[in-house]
Design a protein around this ligand. Structure first.
Ligand SMILES: *[C@@H]1O[C@H](CO)[C@@H](O)[C@H](O)[C@H]1NC(C)=O
Ligand SMILES: *[C@@H]1O[C@H](CO)[C@@H](O)[C@H](O)[C@H]1NC(C)=O
Ligand SMILES: *[C@@H]1O[C@H](CO)[C@@H](O)[C@H](O)[C@H]1NC(C)=O
Ligand SMILES: *[C@@H]1O[C@H](CO)[C@@H](O)[C@H](O)[C@H]1NC(C)=O
Ligand SMILES: *[C@@H]1O[C@H](CO)[C@@H](O)[C@H](O)[C@H]1NC(C)=O
Ligand SMILES: *[C@@H]1O[C@H](CO)[C@@H](O)[C@H](O)[C@H]1NC(C)=O
Ligand SMILES: *[C@@H]1O[C@H](CO)[C@@H](O)[C@H](O)[C@H]1NC(C)=O
Ligand SMILES: *[C@@H]1O[C@H](CO)[C@@H](O)[C@H](O)[C@H]1NC(C)=O
Ligand SMILES: *[C@@H]1O[C@H](CO)[C@@H](O)[C@H](O)[C@H]1NC(C)=O
Ligand SMILES: *[C@@H]1O[C@H](CO)[C@@H](O)[C@H](O)[C@H]1NC(C)=O
Length: 507
C-alpha cells in the first residue's frame, strides 16, 4: 500500500525535502496529528502482530531471523471467503488501511479475511541492526517476494482450520502494485489473483518521461498554466546566474539555506525540490485522500495551482509561482524550502533506525532506486517544463555520495536491465491480475504496455496516481465508481476460477 504517495501528501513531500531538524519535528507532529485523528474517528483497535522471517531466504546456512510486522482483520471473514493481502510498499503500514480503503469495501462483499504485511526495512520491520551498506544487501525484490511467499505459506498452514486452504488475493499500488504483480509471476501457486493499481512495472534509470507527462497533463488542462510555470522556471534559472538574482530567489522562495549562488549541485537540488512539488500536485490531484478532512484540499490541486498561476493579483509570474509554493508550505505547516546538496547527502547517509531519513523510508527507497529501479525524474531539455535543470548525474552522484563509489551509473544501468529481464518490464506475463490506472498520472509511462492473457486493465479517465484504492466518497467521479464496480466484477470471475494446474498426473 502506497500510503505516503497516495495518502499523506505532505508527509511524503516534506520528508524528502531538505529541512533542518526543528522543522522535521513540526512535520512529525503533523503526521501524528493526521494519523491519530483518523484512528479516533474509526475506533481502530487493529493490533501490531509479528511474523518471524528469515533475513536471507537464499542461504540455508544463514539462520538469522527478524520480526516482520503485520496486521490482521477477521471481522468480515466468513468460512469459504478468500484471504485479501495488502502488500506493504515503501513506507510503514497503517492500521487505518485495515478498516478503510476500497479493498476493505471489497472484503466486506467477498467475506474476506484481511492481512497487511509490512515491507522489510520499512516502518517497524527491522531485519538488521542498522542500515549500512553491508546490511542493505538484503533489501532486494527477490527477498521481499520471498517474505511474501513465506508469509502466505505459513499463515495458510498455521490457520488451516480457519482459512481452509482458501484462495489468496493480493492488493498493491504504485511500487507495491509492482510487487503484487511479481508475486503472481514468481509464486502463482500461493497467490490466486491480484489487484495492481498504478504499478511501476518497468525499471528505468533516466525517467525523463515523468516531467514530460506532467507537462502534457498541465497543457491539456490549461495551456496558459503550463506556459506560466515554464516561464517561471526559465526566469529562476536566469536570475540565479547572478549573485543578486540568487539572493532574490532565495528570499522569494524562503529557501532553508543561502545556497543558490555558487554551486551547480545546489541549484539542481533547488529545482529537484520544486519540480518534485509540482509533480506531486499533478500525480495526486483530486483523489479523495482528504477524506479525514485534515488537510485543506483546495490548496494542493491542479485547479488551485493553475488558478494561482494565472491570477494577476498575486503579482508577476515568479510571484505567483512563489505563492504556490508558499501555499503548500503553509498547508504542511512549515516555512522554508530546499537546502544544500551536501545537506541532502548527510540526510540520506545516516543509517540508524532512529534517523529521520530512515524513519520516513527515504534512505531505503533511495537505495532501492540506486540498485534496482532508477526511476530518476530528470529534466534536461531547454524547452521542457523545468528546462535543463536536473541532470541524471545529480541522481547518480547522490547514489555514489550516499552509498559509496561503486554505486555508479554503469552498475545501476546493468541492475535495471536485470530487473526488467527478471520480471518482464512493462510486459509481465502474469494472469488474473487487474491492472488499474488513472489518466492523470505521470507514472503511466512505466506502467503496463501489453495486456497479458487472462488479466484485465481498467483505465480511469481523469483520476490520478492510485485514486482507486481510497475509500469511496460521495464526490467520487462516476468513472471511479464504475472502475471499482469493474474491479469487483473481475475479482468475482477470478475467484470463481480453479487453479490452472489441478489435473493429477497418473503414472
Ligand atoms: C532550523 O530552522 C529554524 C527555522 O527556520 C531555525 O530557527 C533554526 O535555527 C534552525 N536550526 C538549525 C539547527 O539549523
Ligand atoms: C551464507 O551464510 C553463511 C552463514 O552466515 C555465511 O558464512 C556465508 O558467507 C553465506 N553465503 C553467502 C553466499 O552469502
Ligand atoms: C554495518 O554494521 C554491522 C553491524 O550490524 C557491522 O558489522 C558492519 O561492519 C558495518 N558495515 C559497515 C560498512 O560499516
Ligand atoms: C473447506 O474446503 C473444502 C474444499 O475447498 C470444501 O469442500 C469444504 O466445504 C470447506 N469447508 C468449509 C467448512 O467451508
Ligand atoms: C553566496 O552567498 C553567501 C550568503 O548570501 C555569501 O556569504 C557567499 O559569499 C556567496 N558566494 C559567492 C560565490 O558569491
Ligand atoms: C558556497 O558558499 C558557501 C558559503 O556561503 C560555502 O560554504 C560553500 O563551500 C561554497 N560552495 C562552493 C561550491 O563554492
Ligand atoms: C485572485 O486571487 C484573489 C486573492 O486570493 C481572489 O480574491 C480573486 O478572486 C482571484 N481571482 C481569480 C480570477 O481567480
Ligand atoms: C539512535 O540509535 C543509535 C544506535 O542504535 C544510538 O547510538 C543513538 O544514540 C540513537 N540516537 C537517538 C537520538 O536516539
Ligand atoms: C541495458 O539495456 C539497454 C537497452 O536494452 C542497453 O542499451 C544498455 O547497454 C544496457 N546496459 C548495460 C550496462 O548492460
Ligand atoms: C485463461 O483462463 C481460462 C479460464 O477462465 C482457461 O481455460 C485458459 O486456459 C486460460 N488461458 C491461459 C493462456 O492461461
Amino acid at each position: 500500500m502506497n500510503l505516503i504517495i497516495c495518502v499523506f501528501w505532505c508527509y511524503f513531500w516534506l520528508s524528502t525535502l531538505a529541512y533542518n531538524s526543528s522543522i522535521i519535528k513540526l512535520v512529525d507532529k503533523e503526521v501524528q496529528h493526521l494519523t491519530l485523528s483518523s484512528h479516533k474517528s474509526h475506533h481502530n483497535n487493529v493490533k501490531n502482530k509479528w511474523f518471524e522471517q528469515e533475513l536471507d531466504h537464499f542461504n540455508a546456512t544463514d539462520t538469522r531471523t527478524w520480526k516482520q510486522r503485520y496486521h490482521m482483520n477477521l471481522k468480515y471473514y466468513k468460512m469459504g471467503g478468500p484471504v485479501f493481502l495488502m502488500v506493504g510498499g515503501r513506507e510503514e503500514i497503517s492500521q487505518n488501511w485495515m478498516i478503510s480503503g476500497a479493498w476493505i469495501e471489497y472484503a466486506q462483499m467477498f467475506n474476506a479475511a484481511c492481512f497487511q504485511l509490512e515491507h522489510r526495512y520499512y516502518g517497524m520491520s527491522y531485519p538488521t541492526e542498522n542500515l549500512n551498506t553491508t546490511n542493505l544487501v538484503y533489501l532486494t525484490i527477490e527477498q521481499v517476494l520471498a517474505d511474501l511467499g513465506t508469509f502466505i505459506n505459513t499463515i495458510s498452514i498455521e490457520k488451516k482450520k480457519l482459512l481452509n486452504d482458501t484462495k489468496w488475493v493480493g492488493f498493491g499500488s504504485s511500487y507495491s502494485g509492482s510487487l503484487v504483480t511479481w508475486l503472481r509471476l514468481k509464486y502463482p501457486h500461493l497467490i490466486h489473483a491480484a489487484v495492481s493499481s498504478s504499478s511501476l512495472l518497468k525499471a528505468k534509470v533516466n525517467f525523463e518521461e515523468y516531467f514530460v507527462t506532467v507537462q502534457k497533463i498541465l497543457t491539456n488542462y490549461n495551456p496558459m498554466c503550463e506556459f506560466h510555470i515554464r516561464q517561471a522556471n526559465k526566469m529562476i534559472g536566469n536570475l540565479i546566474k547572478t549573485d543578486y538574482g540568487a539572493k532574490y530567489i532565495q528570499k522569494k522562495f524562503n529557501t532553508c539555506a543561502h545556497h543558490l549562488n555558487n554551486s551547480t549541485k545546489n541549484v539542481q537540488q533547488f529545482f529537484r525540490d520544486i519540480s518534485r512539488f509540482i509533480g506531486l500536485i499533478v500525480q495526486d490531484n483530486e483523489d479523495n485522500r482528504y477524506y479525514n478532512k485534515m488537510i485543506d484540499e483546495s490548496t494542493v490541486t491542479l485547479v488551485k495551482l493553475c488558478d494561482i498561476m494565472s491570477n494577476e493579483t498575486f503579482g508577476c509570474t515568479i510571484d505567483r509561482y512563489a505563492a504556490v509554493i508558499k501555499n503548500l508550505l503553509s498547508v504542511c505547516g512549515t516555512q522554508c524550502l530546499s537546502n544544500t546538496y551536501e545537506w541532502r547527502v548527510r540526510y540520506f547517509a545516516e543509517s540508524f533506525w532512529n534517523n529521520t531519513a530512515v524513519k520516513y523510508g527515504n534512505r531505503q527507497w533511495l537505495y532501492q532506486t540506486c540498485t534496482e529501479f532508477g526511476f530518476f525524474q530528470t529534466s534536461t531539455q531547454d524547452h521542457h517544463l523545468f528546462g535543463n535543470t536536473v541532470s541524471l548525474e545529480y541522481f547518480t552522484d547522490l547514489c555514489a555520495d550516499v552509498f559509496g563509489k561503486s554505486f555508479n551509473l554503469n552498475a545501476l544501468s546493468k541492475a535495471v536491465n536485470k530487473t526488467n529481464m527478471m520480471y518482464g518490464g512493462s510486459r509481465p506475463r502474469a494472469n488474473r491480475i487487474i491492472f488499474v490506472r488513472g489518466s492523470i498520472d505521470p507514472w503511466n509511462p512505466l506502467g503496463l504496455s501489453f495486456l497479458p492473457i487472462n488479466s484485465s486493465t481498467i483505465f480511469i479517465k481523469g483520476t490520478s496516481h492510485c485514486a482507486d484504492i481510497n475509500p469511496s466518497y460521495s464526490s467520487d467521479p462516476t468513472q471511479l465508481l464504475k472502475a471499482r464496480i469493474e474491479i469487483v466484477m473481475y475479482l468475482k470471475k477470478y475467484l470463481s476460477e480453479k487453479d490452472f494446474s489441478i489435473e493429477p498426473i497418473l503414472l
